[in-house]
Design a protein around this ligand. Structure first.
Ligand SMILES: [Zn+2]
Length: 481
């Protein structure tokens, strides 16, 4: 019989303080592993803020932590103490960006009593809850269920300068980073919002043992038509960067999504008699200029322009006669590069185009928005990825001088939830290229309203983890909480 426990990481840390938080549904113990005078033990004086009555920096950090833990303790149900190893440490920083925190399960377990699915890894907090037994009885922080680390330098020079954590409990963070939201997010990872498969973008199972994670049974690639539990490593690696095509099929999340997310997704819809394999809905970046997609659908045949040289750029100079004929009444596709987006849009508009598609000239997805400002531009414009641009162009080879038989509709798909696919399944974060620490174990950034478990902390988050505010707890229900 194989070992049914895997230790994800072992870090030796000094135990300093254990603070229990007891609620009706679950009990959490926080083991503060910061050294005296550091992090949670920082004695720098502070004035009380936003309902946080602490008078030192460390005390305020602990109060915020207890506040966030209480939300999870009220929401989750477990007869086994949930133990968390927490500390403030240095994390990756630049003057304009920073890792706010990181967290995860310390051990995973399979085939414990009352496991939701056989031969499947679960985070220890969930394995403990299901079995009613502490699966890892090692003492101190090593035997904790979750490990959480927070950025000790946030707001200092060189680390998101001037934007520290807001330590109030009232969500009145203004331009600062709301620490309670960050804490709630990081605990979410450690409690189960995390796949153990595919780390590094490889698609490989944990430690190469071939055992799927709980998530793998619910992660469906809509292009491949397979869940992660039924894929090869190579198929999962492709799925990891299949932007907005990797979705969560769990019943609780899917049922809750319409009550949390709003309808309306910006889209390019390609069809028509000659579209063939290019038919379908495309993910687009929106333009900051021209007619907004929300103002109504714009439709026409997709036409490339032909009078292009590498030096002058695609669409960068006024269109010649043949290109004016192609553009007139149609939707022009050009490649990104050489000149600004508003120059290309102005030239297309002057030639009579109804809209513009800019195909990116570097790989990556989702496509970023098109920047620029020119009030004289009144046609809509979108950006598609390099790969999507190539797919569309491949369908245009049999065009006449004025028609391609491949139609484009630039619109907002009002029947699609923002953050879910056209099938109604909520999307996971799968940008291309892979983003270490962010890809897979988050909801997609296209979600609206914003969700707690997106890869960045948005300023409009509540501290809630349940519908109608959030979809974190429904995912926990899907995996067996
Ligand atoms: Zn996260």
């Amino acid at each position: 019989m194989r070992n049914n426990t895997l230790r994800l990481a072992l870090v030796a840390l000094a135990g300093v303080l254990a603070a229990p938080v007891v609620n009706a549904a679950a009990t959490f113990t926080i083991i503060n592993t910061n050294a005296p005078g550091v992090g949670f033990n920082d004695l720098s004086p502070r004035a009380p803020v936003g309902g946080n009555t602490g008078t030192t920096l460390g005390e305020q950090r602990i109060n915020a932590f207890v506040h966030a833990v209480s939300k999870w303790a009220d929401t989750l149900d477990s007869s086994v103490d949930i133990v968390m190893d927490a500390a403030f440490v240095a994390q990756t920083c630049t003057p304009t960006g920073a890792v706010l925190g990181s967290a995860g399960a310390i051990t995973v377990h399979a085939d414990f009593a009352n496991a939701p699915l056989p031969n499947t890894w679960y985070s220890s907090a969930l394995a403990n809850k299901r079995s009613g037994v502490d699966q890892d009885t090692r003492p101190g922080p090593a035997g904790a269920d979750l490990r959480a680390r927070f950025n000790i330098n946030l707001g200092q020079p060189g680390c998101l300068d001037g934007v520290p954590f807001y330590l109030g409990l009232d969500n009145n963070h203004g331009p600062l980073i709301d620490f309670v939201a960050v804490l709630t997010h990081e605990m979410g990872h450690g409690l189960g919002f995390q796949t153990f498969t595919g780390s590094g973008g490889t698609g490989a199972t944990l430690a190469g043992l071939g055992v799927p994670s709980a998530w793998d049974h619910f992660m469906l690639d809509e292009t491949q038509g397979l869940t992660w539990a039924n894929m090869t490593d190579a198929q999962r690696a492709a799925s990891t960067v299949n932007t907005r095509k990797l979705v969560w099929t769990g019943a609780a999340v899917t049922a809750a999504a319409p009550g949390v997310l709003s309808f309306g997704v910006p889209a390019l819809i390609v069809g028509g008699p000659a579209a063939g394999a290019a038919s379908g809905q495309y993910v687009v970046g929106q333009a900051t200029f021209g007619r907004p997609l929300s103002a109504g659908a714009t439709t026409g045949d997709i036409m490339p322009i032909s009078q292009v040289t590498a030096a002058t750029g695609d669409g960068c100079t006024p269109f010649g006669a043949a290109d004016r004929l192609a553009a007139n009444g149609n939707i022009v596709i050009v490649n990104r590069g050489v000149c600004g987006f508003i120059v290309k849009a102005a030239n297309a508009q002057a030639a009579g185009a109804r809209g513009l598609i800019v195909a990116d000239n570097v790989a990556g997805s989702p496509p970023p928005d098109l920047g620029g400002a020119d009030p004289a531009i009144t046609i809509p414009a979108v950006r598609v990825t390099l790969a999507d641009g190539q797919r569309i162009r491949a369908a245009l080879t049999k065009r006449s001088r004025t028609k391609s038989g491949v139609s484009a509709t630039l619109t907002v798909n009002l029947s699609q939830l923002a953050g879910a696919s056209t099938s109604g399944f909520v999307q996971l974060f799968t940008p291309n290229p892979y983003q270490q620490g962010s890809s897979l174990s988050h909801y997609d950034t296209g979600a609206s309203r914003n969700l707690l478990m997106e890869p960045a902390i948005n300023p409009d988050l509540t501290h809630e983890v349940t519908p109608p505010f959030d979809l974190t707890f429904p995912l926990f229900q899907d995996i067996g909480w």
